[in-house]
Design a protein around this ligand. Structure first.
Ligand code: GLU
Length: 286
């Protein structure tokens, strides 16, 4: 069955870019039949707020979309993610990382931009780890690419791929080879919450039977590490459809951090959902 989803994080009000993404996913279900899932990705307690979650539901309804209920809210399921972390730990695939962002930055020195994200600091020496653990210092769990490669074997490791039915930022389409090392020894459990984005998103896509991940090209690179996690966990491989990112009047893409005009503001200014849908290239009757 065709199952897709819109998975916003309630860190602000939705803007036109989100509307485009939600409409793209929802319309795909309309064309093929299937299920449309809305998922609230609120595992970051420092940035997510309940009022933004309410705003997402309000904006989606205003756009004319409907979705399955109950809506999965990730913060209600931290135990699920904890269980995955435990199973990966039991398989020796994760290591504790007590380092701070500052430590990692210092250790990569003048490495090019992006190195922070692709950091591979490696496990602490055993005596240091024991001392830090005894001190009660907080730690993250990182995926060990070395151990993951051993676990999967070179043939699987070198043959990882995903099907792209949309287009990556550099025109990637069709069968895309995965670079499992692209994200480094990625953090799968943060120090504060015990979970991180890549783990929660792959777990939930599998749990909810998502057959098609439809999302913006800004998440194309994330697919590499997500395919690796899916393979390690034996979860099915969804098909991916990354879509272009919508540009605002100034030619720059919509993003929460730029305070792009929100749907709520546009609505207050008199914009109708019909007009917005038409502007974004979607036409359907309410
Ligand atoms: N929650 C993520 C975000 O708002 C999207 C996750 C995804 O579509 O994979 O950026």
């Amino acid at each position: 069955m065709f199952v897709t989803r819109f998975a916003p994080s309630p860190t602000g009000r939705l803007h036109k870019g989100h509307a485009f993404s939600a409409l793209t996913a929802w319309s795909a279900v309309n064309v093929t039949g299937g299920r449309f899932v809305l998922r609230i990705e609120d595992i970051d307690p420092t940035r997510c707020r309940a009022e933004y979650e309410a705003g997402i539901l309000e904006d989606m309804a205003w756009l004319g979309l409907d979705w399955e209920t109950p809506v999965r809210r990730q913060s209600d399921h931290l135990d699920d993610y904890g269980a995955v972390i435990e199973s990966l730990t039991a398989r020796g695939l994760l290591y504790r990382c007590f380092r701070t962002r500052k430590d990692i930055l210092a250790s990569i020195g003048d490495a090019p931009h992006g190195a922070m994200e692709a950091a591979r600091p490696g496990p602490h020496p055993a005596d240091e780890e024991a001392r830090l653990l005894a001190s009660g210092a907080p730690f993250a769990w990182r995926l060990s690419l070395d151990r993951a490669r051993e676990a999967l074997g070179d043939a699987v490791w070198n043959g990882l791929s995903f099907v792209e039915e949309g287009e990556g930022p550099n025109g990637e389409t069709g069968l895309v080879a995965v670079d499992p090392e692209a994200a480094g020894d990625v953090v799968l459990a943060r120090k504060d919450t015990g979970v991180a984005y890549h783990l929660a998103v792959t777990h939930d896509d599998a749990l909810q039977g998502v057959s098609h991940v439809i999302r913006g090209q800004d998440l194309f690179e994330a697919t590499h590490v997500q395919r690796l996690i899916q393979t390690l966990m034996g979860w099915p491989a969804p098909t991916y459809r990354h879509h272009r990112l919508l540009a605002g009047p100034d030619g720059r893409r919509y993003a929460k951090r730029d305070r792009s005009v929100t749907l709520a503001e546009l609505r207050a200014g008199g914009l109708t959902p019909q007009a917005l849908r038409a502007e974004l290239g979607f036409s359907f009757d309410d």
